[in-house]
Design a protein. Structure first.
Length: 338
């Protein structure tokens, strides 16, 4: 039996409450159990703040991936490669034309949207009805092609930029911010703070687009019942093009936002691609709210792993959480049982 709107909202609200409670309890218990709270609370605060800041970018990247899967039922392995494209576009704009990395958003977002639409129209659409393994191999091959094209064009040398005003002072009415600022003892740099704020704003815009506009209604209708959507006059083929374009635009924005504090390379986006897949599974396949919440949870897990398991890779904690999610709640935090 299909869920009613009230049941859906109730399930979503309960998931959020459970997530907050579990997260808060886990943080407190872990900190107290470690036995070093009094002398290491600053390190703990830094890990939490850093996890939340980078988690916002993970959420943005994952929302694009989750949207594409939820509507097209395609697992896009080229998602990270498209992010690398956006990073290189922003890098060229900054280095060659002196454009501010955050102003490059007005280029990378529409450009990646167009690239996404072109990929969907020419490469993905012909295999929409093909077996799943064919689709997976196609997007994986596309990812390898993009990475090697970037390697030929820009070589494998890692690049980076410096934000000239990273240590600037900003006045917001009576409030004066001198970056880097301290928050509960943790250091917050301007690039990461801007990435956090802009990522949340873009995530909010995407959510409103899907929930409050005619286009969003059409996208959700195509995701739930493509044949029914066609019967009421929705051009499902066009919706697929727009959806894939929006997913690519999300990594276009993320590529510009992380440029001031992350290296640029042909495979730079793959790290975010791996994490995005974990976030999507953790939050619930096709769930935008789940991608948002999962991004923050993975960001926290990644940073806290370095404290409680020193000397290990940050991804160890991420994959442990991933395995636990598959075992205990395979449908994800915001997913529903089929």
């Amino acid at each position: 039996m299909a869920e009613t709107a009230v049941e859906t909202r109730g399930r979503s609200r309960n998931s959020w409450i459970a997530l907050v409670v579990i997260g808060a309890v886990a943080l407190v218990v872990a900190a107290r159990a470690a036995g070093w709270w009094d002398s290491h609370h600053t390190i703990f605060a830094q890990a939490v703040v850093s996890g939340l800041l980078i988690g916002s970018v993970y959420s943005l990247v994952s929302m694009g991936l989750s949207l594409v899967f939820g509507v097209l039922d395609i697992i896009n392995f080229a998602h990270g490669a498209l992010m690398s494209v956006a990073m290189y576009v922003a890098f060229v704009l900054v280095r060659s034309y002196g454009i501010d990395p955050y102003l490059s958003l007005v280029v990378t977002i529409p450009l990646l949207f167009i690239i996404g639409v072109a990929i969907q129209a020419t490469i993905i659409n012909p295999v929409m009805g093909a077996p799943l393994h064919n689709q997976l191999l196609l997007t994986l091959g596309l990812s390898l092609f993009i990475q090697n094209l970037l390697l030929v064009l820009f070589t494998g040398t890692p690049r980076s930029i410096e934000l000239p005003y990273a240590s600037a002072s900003f006045g917001l009415g009576p409030l004066n911010l001198d970056f880097p600022v301290r928050l509960f003892g943790a250091v917050v740099t301007l690039p990461k703070a801007l990435a956090f704020v802009v990522s949340l704003l873009l995530a909010g815009v995407l959510f409103l687009l899907l929930q409050r506009t005619r286009l969003g209604t059409a996208i959700r209708a195509a995701a739930q019942d493509p044949e029914g959507a066609e019967l009421v006059g929705i051009d499902v083929r066009r919706i697929y093009l727009v959806t894939f374009g929006i997913g690519a635009a999300c990594v276009g924005a993320a590529g510009s936002l992380i440029l001031p504090f992350f290296f640029v390379g042909p495979t730079a986006g793959e790290t975010f691609n791996i994490i995005a897949f974990v976030v999507v599974v953790l939050g619930g396949m096709g769930s935008i709210q789940g991608a948002l919440a999962g991004g923050f949870l993975i960001g926290l897990t990644q940073e806290l792993t370095q404290i409680f398991v020193p000397g290990s890779s940050k991804l160890i904690g991420v994959f442990v959480l991933f395995i636990l999610a598959l075992l205990l709640r395979p449908q994800g935090l915001f997913g529903s049982r089929t």
